[in-house]
Structure formats: C-alpha cells, structure tokens
Design a protein around this ligand. Structure first.
Ligand SMILES: Nc1ncnc2c1ncn2[C@@H]1O[C@H](COP(=O)(O)OP(=O)(O)O)[C@@H](O)[C@H]1O
Ligand SMILES: [Mg+2]
Length: 364
C-alpha cells in the first residue's frame, strides 16, 4: 500500500499544498516549526482519524479559517483509492472514499501507518498511559474492532465513576457496571497480551541483532492469559479494592490502569536502561509493528519517521535504514540531508518545506 498524492487545504500551517510520492522514499527537509510534522500528522490522520499530537480535531484547522481538507490517493492492490476528509469549525465532518460518503470505520481501513517520532523514544520514560496508548494504537491497526471495544469500556467506566461520585451510591448498579467492565475489560486485556506476545517474539530477535548480548522481555500487569482466568482475576481485584474505589470515587481496577513492563537482561528498563538501550528497544518495537501489520493485513503500512534519525547513533541509524523493506513506503522528516549516505539519497524524492510551503529539490 502506498500514498501516491497528498493534498492539504488549511491544514495547520499548510494553506494549500500538493505532494506526490513517485518513489518509495521521500524526504521532507525543513527548519524547525516549518510544517514537517504537520505533513506526517495528516497522513497518520488518514489511517487513524486521530492526531498523535492533539485530541481536539479543530486544532488542525488553520488559525482563523473555518475548515480543513485532506485529500489523498492511495494505491492498494494496483487500484487507486481516493480519500477525502473535510472538517469544519462547527464540528461537522465529511468522509469520502472515491467521492462516495463513507463511515469512519471504512475510511480508516484504507490506509495503515506506523509513526516513529521523537516522542516514541520516550515510551519507556513516559507514563503508563503513554505505553497503553502505543499498545492500543498498534492493536487497532490490525483489529479494527478493537477501538469499539475500548470506547465501550470507557463509556461504562465513566458511568461507574459518575455513580461513585453521587451522594447515595446504588450498590446494585455498581455491581452491574462491574460485571460489564469485567466482560469488556477481559477482552481488551486478552487482545493486548496476545499482541504483546507476538511483538515480543519478533522484536527480541531485532533487538538482539543491534545489542548482541542483551535480552529483552515484555510483560503486562495482569498475569493471566486466557479470557476466563483474566475475568476471574478482574473480579477478585474488584472485590478486594471495592473500599478503595468508594473512598477515591473512581474505578481503580482494569485495563485503563494497566502497564507494560519492559525488561533488559531481567532489569526493569524504565528504571535502569540507558538512553541508548531504550532507543534500541523502541526501534525494535517499531520495526516489529511494521512486520505484524504486513503479516495480518497483507499490506506494507506507510512508515512515517519524524525527526528520529538525528536521535539515533550511526549504528542504529544504519540498522533502521537497512532493515526497511524496499516495499515499505517511507516518508522521513529531517532538518537537513547531511545525515543520509549518498547511496540512500540516490532514489529519494526530496521536498523542502518553509512556512507551510513545499518545493521540490531537483538536485543535491
Ligand atoms: N492550526 C494551526 N494553524 C496555523 N498554523 C499552525 C496550526 N497548528 C500549528 N501551526 C504552526 O505549524 C508550525 C509547526 O509545524 P510542525 O510541523 O510541528 O513543524 P516542524 O517542521 O518543526 O515539524 C508552527 O509554526 C505552528 O505555529
Ligand atoms: Mg516536527
């Protein structure tokens, strides 16, 4: 799967731009705050209908404008699919596939992306929420129904929180919410653990190639693996922490509180790994995500590398660039082209961006 063309109108600082992607590799070069990330964000948006940087879609509308548009041509199975997305300041949106109105669910199925940004480098240093977000996003790229499960779970959890905040708590209703949370929660935990097992297998091989003597493992806060055991575990936790939930007036048990534990040679990587070790781990995870999406969907996702090369040392940079399959379309942003070897720059399309305006670089 490839993006062949991208058009943005009033999207952040891009008033009206068009980019074509005739080569498998594209570099977008520009100084800070010129719009490099904005372009990658808009491609990510096509696959997720979410921004990795903001939860408020209207932030994407150019200041003082009333709407933004993303228009793209995606090539899949040798057919061209046109995507149109429009969002207005009164929160109306219009999604089209090949000029025909469609649902968000169908829209998101067309393009898949793996984004690797400097923020991901902080995955291990970040909060449990950052790690859950990474995991949830990766899973929803391969199981489109996962998002719905997450929203269902959240809806019940919010209702339960409201109940816990009310003056007189209806105990029967509290039990009903818990039963529903156990059913959807166990399902979410089950899929998360299944995914983590898969990615651990692939990523540990990659990790070992870069770091040789090191072994990394992944685990998840809930120790159980099958749905029945996870449900029992959740029920027990809910019973044991009922007092705490009433005292704190919020739900304290379930997948919204869980975390992923990364270990290198048996030691907790969030606490003990050096910056270099953490980067190797994240790099291995990102490349594995790519492989899993390819295996599950049959398509190579679009790889978006946002400013990450500068953060990696030569060895890791080389490993990254060499291990990207030639069938994977890669769009890379960087402050300059100095980081790249001549060999790599040979069949690359280079765009310069300045103040949201794009120009093609003809020769180096
Ligand atoms: N809604 C918006 N309307 C207009 N400009 C915006 C909007 N959101 C962000 N910007 C501008 O976009 C620029 C940042 O773009 P970004 O892609 O993050 O830069 P970089 O090239 O460093 O990756 C800033 O100049 C910021 O003011
Ligand atoms: Mg940026």
């Amino acid at each position: 799967m490839k993006i062949k063309r991208l058009g943005l109108k009033n999207y952040r600082n891009c008033t009206d731009i068009e980019l074509v992607f005739p080569s498998a590799k594209t570099l977008i070069i520009g100084k800070n705050a010129q719009g490099k990330t904005n372009i990658l964000e808009s491609i990510f948006f096509l696959s997720d209908l979410k921004s990795p940087r903001t939860a408020t879609i209207s932030d994407l509308i150019q200041f003082e404008k009333s709407q933004f548009e993303i228009n793209a041509n995606i090539e899949k199975n040798n057919t061209d699919i046109e995507l149109d997305y429009l969002y207005t300041s009164d929160k109306k949106r219009e999604l089209k596939i090949n000029k025909v109105k469609t649902t968000p669910k169908n829209f998101k199925l067309v393009a898949k992306t793996v984004l690797f940004s400097t923020k991901d480098m902080l995955l291990l240093r970040g909060s449990p929420e950052d790690r859950r977000n990474w995991l949830d996003r990766a899973i929803s790229q391969i199981y489109p129904a996962y998002d719905e499960r997450l929203s269902k779970y959240d809806k019940i959890r919010i209702q339960k929180n409201n109940l816990l905040k009310s003056e007189v708590i209806d105990k029967a209703l509290y039990d009903i919410y818990n039963e529903q949370l156990v059913i959807t929660g166990a399902n979410i935990i089950f899929l998360r653990k299944k995914f983590l097992k898969e990615i651990e297998q692939i990523a540990s091989v990659k990790h070992n190639t870069i770091s040789e003597s090191e072994k990394f493992t992944l685990s998840y806060t809930c120790p159980k693996d099958n749905i029945e055991d996870i449900s029992e575990y959740l029920k027990l936790e809910l019973r044991e922490r009922k007092k705490e939930e009433f005292a704190r007036k919020q739900s304290c048990v379930g997948p919204h509180r869980d975390d992923i534990i990364f270990k290198i040679n048996g030691a907790d990587a969030t606490k003990f790994a050096s910056q270099g070790q953490q980067r190797t781990l994240v790099l291995s995870l990102k490349l594995s995500e790519l492989e899993i999406i390819k295996d599950k969907t049959g398509f190579y996702p679009i790889l978006l590398l946002d400013d990450v090369l500068a953060e990696l040392d030569d060895r890791r940079q080389n490993y990254l660039l060499k291990s990207i399959d030639k069938n994977t379309q890669t769009i890379i942003t960087s402050v300059d082209t100095l980081l790249f070897e001549q060999e790599f720059l040979k069949d690359v399309i280079i765009y310069n961006i300045e103040n949201g305006k794009i120009s093609k670089q003809e020769t180096l």
